[in-house]
Design a protein around this ligand. Structure first.
Ligand code: F3S
Length: 80
């Protein structure tokens, strides 16, 4: 299982992740990334077919802002 969220405090709006995983990430009006699936709460399981893309986005983020977990994130993240 995979859960993901974006730390918008460290995201620099580089624009890589939604190119890599457009079904999972999008950008808010400031260009900061958030998870589409659950408004960046990290509580909705990433569908199987998108997990490889999310791994690639995780590896590609220059600021390590994309967080992955096998369990739902409990802390509420800021969303856009
Ligand atoms: Fe931000 Fe990293 Fe995506 S800097 S725009 S979370 S690739």
């Amino acid at each position: 299982r995979m859960y993901t969220l974006v730390d918008q405090d460290t995201c620099i709006a580089c624009g890589a992740c939604a190119d890599t995983a457009p079904d999972v990430f999008a950008y808010d009006e400031e260009g900061l990334s958030f998870v589409i699936l659950d408004h960046n709460q990290g509580i909705t399981e990433v569908p199987e077919e998108f997990q490889d893309d999310v791994e690639d986005a995780y590896d590609g983020c220059p600021t390590e802002s994309i967080q992955l977990s096998e369990e739902p994130f409990k802390k509420l993240a800021k969303s856009g």
